[in-house]
Design a protein around this ligand. Structure first.
Ligand code: HEC
Ligand code: HEC
Length: 342
């Protein structure tokens, strides 16, 4: 009797233990599934490559925050329609009919085209042009006043807020320092000679005229402000205070972006060709920015290819426009210990 009772108790105990274990296993799975999913998502976000993330704002729903991002994208890609001189809405902030997208390609996501992924984390930033630490809003206004040949946007206005929202969205997978591969432009080997304007013109005719036109005026959109192919000079182009007006910057841009369709991996023009074409284009007439003498309060910080005086050296304005740049760079290195790259 005792043994069979003991046996029964033992069986019950074992059965009970098995049930408890099964319950615990079930509970464990249930818990680990939910928290595991969360963990997985977090890991996925952390590992998301900023360059291969989805930046198509059309995929966002219409929450108020997302509407601001979408408006930022619209402004960025169709700038002239919203804030250009012919927009018809009494909001003419830009002075030409360019779009931000004309220089910051693929809505700011193409590597080596002044790519803006991560740009929020790169600001506030010290800027030599103003000799102070500037905000992202001030940097956007830098392009408004120069690349767009227009006026600054109000920092708390609808347009500026939309631009910043869009750039914040492009920033969402960027590392803390904002340094993503493809930021800025590629480096090119700068020839030790001046720009060959004749060669530049020939190359321009051979490689650029098909889209940008024989007089560099570009091709406008039908019935809408803006361009199918933007102008490279003339009164509707960037002004002489713009980054693109510097030969070295323009040549770096062209290397990985022009003719349209090339990339960092698949360029078409040689460094020398970019240098000559950039020099030729930037010798053509374009809007002149006022008060450029106020730029670079510390003149030593001025890029060597900034095409307008004054300078902290005695090289001619012409040499600052078409080179050779090496002697100017050597001068700053020897005299001030400053290494110049543009
Ligand atoms: C004509 C070409 C051009 C157009 C149009 C243009 N930009 Fe730029 N942008 C540049 C260049 C060139 C630079 C880099 C200048 C430099 O190296 O100093 C730049 C730099 C910037 C930067 C800082 C990037 C960084 O990595 O630090 C921001 C932000 C920016 N632009 C926003 C805009 C916005 C917004 C618009 C439209 C309102 C615009 N840009 C239109 C040429 C252009
Ligand atoms: C197949 C057409 C095509 C060819 C050829 C072409 N471009 Fe462009 N270019 C474009 C387009 C389109 C844009 C604007 C990019 C955008 O909005 O996506 C542009 C933009 C530019 C810009 C910046 C915006 C501006 O107006 O200042 C420069 C500078 C430029 N091109 C220079 C050149 C040079 C130099 C060549 C010849 C080596 C060249 N392009 C050949 C289509 C072309």
């Amino acid at each position: 009797m005792r043994t069979s009772n003991q046996k029964r108790n033992l069986t019950l105990l074992v059965a009970f233990a098995i049930i408890v274990v099964i319950c615990m296993i079930a509970l464990f799975f249930l818990l680990s599934r939910t928290s595991g999913d969360q963990e997985y998502e977090e890991v996925e976000q952390e590992m998301k490559d900023p360059l291969s993330a989805n930046y198509d704002s059309f995929d966002l729903d219409d929450s108020p925050a997302n509407q601001q991002i979408k408006y930022g994208y619209e402004l960025f890609t169709k700038t002239a329609q919203y804030i250009g001189p012919e927009n018809g809405r009494n909001k003419a902030y830009s002075g030409n009919n360019l779009a931000c997208n004309n220089c910051h390609l693929d809505a700011g996501t193409k590597p080596y085209s002044g790519m803006l992924i991560g740009v929020i984390n790169r600001f506030p930033q010290y800027r030599g042009r103003e000799d102070k630490t500037g905000s992202i809003e001030e940097r956007i206004n830098g392009c408004m006043e120069r690349s767009m040949n227009g006026e600054a946007l109000a920092e708390d206005g609808k347009e500026m807020k939309a631009f910043v929202s869009y750039l914040k969205w492009l920033n969402r997978y960027a590392p803390e320092d904002g340094k993503v591969e493809g930021v800025g432009y590629t480096q090119i080997e700068i020839p030790s000679r001046p720009v060959d304007l004749k060669k530049g013109e020939k190359l321009f005719v051979a490689k650029c005229v098909a889209c940008h036109g024989p007089e560099g005026k570009g091709v406008s959109l039908n019935n809408l402000p803006g361009y199918l192919y933007p102008p490279l000079w003339g009164e509707d182009s960037y002004n002489n205070g713009a980054g693109m007006a510097r030969v070295i910057t323009a040549a770096q841009f062209m290397k990985t972006n022009m003719p349209f369709g090339v990339s960092f991996e698949n360029p078409l023009l040689t460094d020398e060709e970019c240098y000559d074409i950039a020099g030729y284009i930037n010798q053509q007439p374009r809007p002149v920015k006022k008060e450029l003498e106020k730029d670079f309060p510390d003149l030593k910080r001025k890029p060597v290819s900034a095409p307008y005086p004054p300078y902290a050296d005695t090289f001619s304005v012409k040499q600052h426009q078409i080179g050779p740049f090496q002697p100017i760079m050597d001068f700053y290195k020897e005299k001030y210990g400053i290494t110049k790259t543009k």
